[in-house]
Design a protein around this ligand. Structure first.
Ligand SMILES: Cc1cc2nc3c(=O)[nH]c(=O)nc-3n(C[C@H](O)[C@H](O)[C@H](O)COP(=O)(O)OP(=O)(O)OC[C@H]3O[C@@H](n4cnc5c(N)ncnc54)[C@H](O)[C@@H]3O)c2cc1C
Length: 407
């Protein structure tokens, strides 16, 4: 079978590019290794799909920022929102600028893309894991593990990254691009829970608290995030904590020491006044109401205080120690969760090997790439899907330019 464009990977970027190219009359073969396209999309934004962020800027991304800048300029969030509107999915934003489908259902986003691909005649082949991609007769040949082959004039690699293998994450996109001489930068999990020694957080699994978290590298504050913190078996999760994973992995790879400082009060609390008002309160319950009870007990213990004492017995120095823990509890960080649990991959195919205007490979004519397989990762909040959609559109436009209108 011959087509104009072979797209490897039916995830966010592959579906978007396929719909765009088929909409312009190109014959597209969309090859997906799983039995369904877009499985990861269904899990995004806790099933609601935070599909872009209205305030996205290149500084919200890491890796090939120049390419991000070009993509945001041509396909800014409002144009992406309009594109989804045209596909039948009106979008709404929350107070922070995070954009969701009006239905608040990730399935709506996937359905819209899938239906657009079907309506426009995309040839979607599932259970087709591309094991090899090679130049053949001036075009490309994709070969599946079972020996099936597909030929096309151009190839677009949208195979994603290593994050969330249960939803399709794999390293095969890197292998395919490496085969054409592309440089792959070191990859590590970004947006993942932080791992601390189990001792300090023991017993806090599942407890949530509002506050802020600061990453300290060799004792120096690097980045602070506010929001809900979720304690885990041996670490801290929640969006605020997960945003720091990239910085942790970078610092640990350089052999530097990491810790986080947690501020667990949303507003100033006068503990001395509290002790005067509640003199008989055992320390067991002293912080209950400011933070969840079990967390309060852990903080009292972390301040070196006996839970059975009464509030009235606290000295000024002890109250100060407790306040310092409540507003700046430090925990060493030994790592982050791995790719299994991570939301996105930092690193990937270097943008130095691509024309950032078209995402055309500078190593092999007719080859393109988009999405997470490239060395771009964004913060949590819709930035990664914004990159997936906008890079897919840039690559699709690049392919149209290369193939011309006489297809
Ligand atoms: C749990 C979770 C929640 C997330 N929530 C958000 C969110 O709310 N907002 C946000 O912006 N980002 C979110 N992300 C990140 C976002 O989903 C990804 O960055 C985005 O999907 C990347 O798009 P992609 O097309 O590059 O890769 P993917 O969407 O991962 O698609 C790649 C596809 O290629 C297929 N594939 C891989 N190798 C081959 C091969 N050799 N042959 C054929 N097919 C292949 C895979 O099966 C997969 O379907 C989340 C990620 C996770 C894991």
């Amino acid at each position: 079978m011959g087509c104009d464009v072979i797209i490897v990977g039916g995830g966010a970027s592959g579906l978007m590019a396929a719909a765009a190219l088929a909409g312009q009359g190109y014959r597209v073969a969309l090859l997906e290794k799983q039995s369904r396209v877009g499985r990861k999309l269904l899990s995004t934004g806790n099933g609601r799909c935070n599909l872009t962020h209205r305030g996205a800027r290149a500084s919200d991304y890491h890796g090939g920022r120049q390419a991000v800048q070009a993509a945001l300029k041509r396909w800014p969030p409002k144009r992406i929102e309009a594109a989804f509107g045209a596909l039948g999915v009106p979008c709404v934003a929350d107070g922070e600028g995070r954009v969701y489908p009006m239905s608040r259902q990730a399935a709506s986003v996937l359905d819209a893309l899938r239906l657009a691909c079907d309506e426009r005649g995309v040839d979607t082949l599932t259970d087709f894991e591309v094991a090899a991609l090679a130049r053949r007769d001036g075009g490309f040949e994709a070969r599946a593990a079972d020996g099936r082959t597909i030929r096309g004039r151009c190839a677009l690699v949208c195979a994603g990254g290593l994050a969330a293998p249960r939803l399709g994450g794999s390293g095969s996109g890197y292998v395919l691009l490496k085969g054409f001489g592309h440089v792959i930068t070191p990859r590590f999990p970004a947006i993942a829970a932080l791992i601390t020694p189990p001792g300090p957080v023991r017993g806090l699994k599942g407890i949530r608290a509002e506050g802020s978290i600061t990453l300290l590298v060799d004792g120096e504050p690097q980045r602070t995030e506010k929001g809900e913190l979720l304690f885990a078996e041996s670490g801290v999760s929640g969006i605020a904590a997960m945003q720091l994973a990239r910085g942790v992995n970078e610092a640990l790879a350089e052999g530097r020491r990491c810790a986080v400082r947690l501020e667990l009060t949303e507003a100033p609390v006068d503990l001395a006044a509290r002790a005067r008002n509640l003199p008989k309160r055992p320390l067991d319950d002293f912080l209950n109401g400011i933070v969840p009870k079990r967390l309060g007990q852990t903080l009292v213990k972390a301040a070196g205080l006996d839970l059975s004492r009464q509030a009235a017995t606290l000295t000024a120095a002890e109250l100060m120690r407790l306040r310092d823990i409540l507003t700046g509890w430090s925990l060493p960080v030994t790592g982050t969760q791995g790719f299994d649990q991570a939301q996105v991959t930092a690193g990937g195919a270097s943008l130095r090997d691509f024309d950032t205007r078209t995402l055309r490979s500078l190593r092999c004519p007719g080859l393109y790439a988009a999405g997470e397989v490239l060395d771009v990762d964004g913060d949590c909040g819709g930035y990664n899907l914004q990159w997936a959609w906008s890079s897919a559109m840039i690559a699709a436009e690049g392919i149209v330019e290369a193939l011309g209108n006489g297809h």
